[in-house]
Design a protein. Structure first.
Length: 137
């Protein structure tokens, strides 16, 4: 039996029946479903991106990168642009990856800026996010 609440009007003999219990349950379920959908479709921002190592070769150098995401929907693609005082390079990868390497013409030293451009697909629409990370070797 549904829970009902009866309230009388000012005129004698008339009353209004309000079904509040099922409405409360449906409202609560709708609210929880909405919050869950928003959390599932929220783009995952980059938490950290940094250069962890510089590998030197005879003809070229490589910068080893590592990055991590916050909880949420991973990007479809990620572009990492590395800019230093003497060297620069770029890496394009899938959003599932968490590390990679960028070939460099010269060895990277000193301060650098790592710019990350992530492309997400939320409900069929492309969404871009750009973040910059600064570091020093």
């Amino acid at each position: 039996m549904a829970a009902t609440k009866t309230r009388s009007r000012s005129t004698p003999g008339s009353s209004v029946t309000i079904f509040w219990y099922p409405d409360f349950i449906w409202g609560l379920l709708f609210g929880l479903a909405t919050v869950g959908l928003v959390l599932l479709l929220r783009p995952a921002r980059l938490r950290v991106a940094r250069v962890v190592n510089i590998m030197s070769g005879e003809r070229f150098h490589q910068a080893q990168l590592h990055w991590g995401y916050c909880p949420g929907l991973r990007p479809q693609s990620l572009i990492l642009d590395l800019a230093g005082t003497e060297a620069s390079g770029s890496l394009t990868c899938d959003g599932k990856e968490r590390e990679g390497s960028i070939p460099l013409a010269k060895a990277l030293s000193g301060d650098y800026t790592l710019t990350a451009t992530a492309t997400y697909r939320v409900l069929g629409f492309p969404v871009q996010s750009q973040q910059a990370f600064h570091g020093k070797l």
